[in-house]
Design a binder for this molecule. Structure first.
Ligand code: NAD
Ligand code: ZN
Length: 420
């Protein structure tokens, strides 16, 4: 079968790879019909983490038709149209039982997440690529740091998260199929359902963690697919003002067209914090009630600088986070769904403490939000497909990655179609 294979930084190739099989009674084998490229894939595309191995199959946002099920699967059958959560949950551990499916204790079998984060970070910041397995020169960092960032298993998202093959492929194996597949109701179009795999629940999670309520002023860093849907959800929840921050004017214009009422701020034209101060000067709290980070670490100016300068852990990577701490009103809420790795130094904890702020973050427990979000999508109250700008055959994945990363050709979100 064909699959999008990671072959190094900026080098995704569609390759012939072995077709996966049902290997566990709880497995579902899915024939993929639609799969999207995510900003999370860009973290792997841009920097090529040491946690990736040549040939790894990418993709964690996908849906399709059930091809085969293991003997223990009862909720879906061959021929069903289903979408799949990006986070692989076992459905019965402590964390799954408490709604933290993205922190499942059973599905990251390598259990190397904590260690690898340390090594990934040392490797990335120090540019010292680990050779031959995981016991490289960064091991001391691991021992010292104990990041404790143990993620659950995710599809197509490196060996930090279990090394599962992803769904940018003709077929994909879905472990714990009863827990991780959601049957798509008749009448719901593929592209309306697709983003229940990740970015709509993530946008909702951002709002939940930020406790976005009616009347709130919400500022969002990053007008990519996640940020745009976070704005969409904030409006749906009754936010009085939503302000989107980015430097890509095309994306800000797209937001204005799709989500009337959302205000935009181009940080290349006006510095973010002072512009937000002006925009919220007449608000009771003189600052947004909620600030949402929907960009992720690789956009950090100083992080890029750190790579260039081959700096180590002391590097300040907190620029966006400090903007959020500075801009949010006293007693406000900070919600982080943009992805970070390991330490972020020079975080303004003083202001955070004195301003009585709350900060929450997380990979989204997708399954937790399906009962809330599926009816809203069916009713047309939320329209996540609004972010799609490109639908390409799987074979054109390299082009899809390139334009999504460059934000060229008006690209917001790319959907790939195997067999098209
Ligand atoms: P994207 O790369 O398309 O969008 C990010 C946007 O942030 C870009 O438009 C970029 O121009 C903008 N940006 C860069 N620097 C900025 C700054 N200083 N201030 C404001 N905006 C800035 O990616 P996406 O698909 O929208 O994903 C966004 C983030 O969400 C990524 O880090 C991704 O890994 C993460 N994500 C997290 C989860 C989760 O479960 N928590 C799920 C999906 C995606
Ligand atoms: Zn994603």
């Amino acid at each position: 079968m064909h699959a999008v294979s990671w072959m190094g930084s900026h080098n995704m190739q569609v390759k012939e790879v072995p077709r996966p099989m049902v290997t566990d009674p709880a497995d579902v084998l899915l024939r993929v019909t639609n799969t999207a490229i995510c900003g999370s894939d860009l973290h792997l595309y841009v920097h090529g983490m040491p946690s990736m191995k040549s040939g790894d199959v990418l993709g964690h946002e996908f849906m399709g038709v059930v091809e085969e099920v293991g003997d223990a699967v009862t909720k879906v059958k061959r021929g069903d149209r289903v979408l799949v959560a990006f986070d692989i949950a076992c459905g019965h551990c402590f964390f799954c039982n408490h709604g933290y499916q993205s922190s499942c204790d059973s599905t990251n079998p390598s259990k190397i997440s904590e260690a690898m984060y340390g090594q990934a970070m040392g490797g990335v910041f120090g540019y010292s690529h680990l050779a031959g397995g995981y016991q490289g020169g960064q091991a001391d960092y691991v021992q010292e740091a104990m990041y404790g960032q143990a993620a659950g298993g995710f599809f197509g998202y490196s060996h930090l998260t279990g090394g599962y093959q992803g769904g940018q492929a003709d077929f994909v194996r879905v472990p714990f199929g009863d827990v991780n597949c959601l049957k798509v109701p008749d009448g719901l179009a593929d592209h309306d359902a697709l983003f229940l795999t990740d970015i709509l629940p993530t946008a909702w999670h951002a709002n939940e963690m930020g406790e976005v309520h009616e009347g709130d002023v919400v500022a969002i860093w990053g007008a990519g697919p996640v940020g745009i849907l976070a704005a969409h959800c904030a409006q749906h929840r009754g936010a009085r003002r939503v302000i989107m921050i980015d430097s890509v004017q095309d994306r800000l214009d797209f937001v204005k067209r799709k989500l009337p009422g959302v205000e935009t701020l181009n940080f290349k034209e006006k510095e973010t914090v002072s512009a937000l101060r002006e925009m919220t000067a007449n608000e009771p709290g003189r600052g947004p009630d909620v600030v949402i980070e929907a960009a992720g670490f690789h956009y950090s100016k100083s992080w890029l600088h750190a790579i260039e300068m081959k700096l180590q852990l002391e590097t300040d990577t907190a620029d966006m986070l400090n903007e959020m701490i500075t801009a949010v009103r006293k007693g406000g809420r900070i919600s982080i769904v943009g992805v970070y790795i390991g330490f972020v130094n020079h975080l303004n904890i003083g202001a955070f403490m004195e301003k009585q702020l709350t900060m929450r973050g997380g990979q989204t427990p997708v399954q937790r939000y399906w009962p809330t979000l599926l009816p809203k999508v069916q009713a047309g109250e939320l329209v996540p497909s609004m972010v799609i700008t490109h639908v390409l055959p799987l074979e054109q994945a390299p082009k899809g990655y390139k334009i999504f990363n460059e934000k060229s050709d008006g690209c917001i979100k790319v959907v790939l179609q195997p067999g098209a």
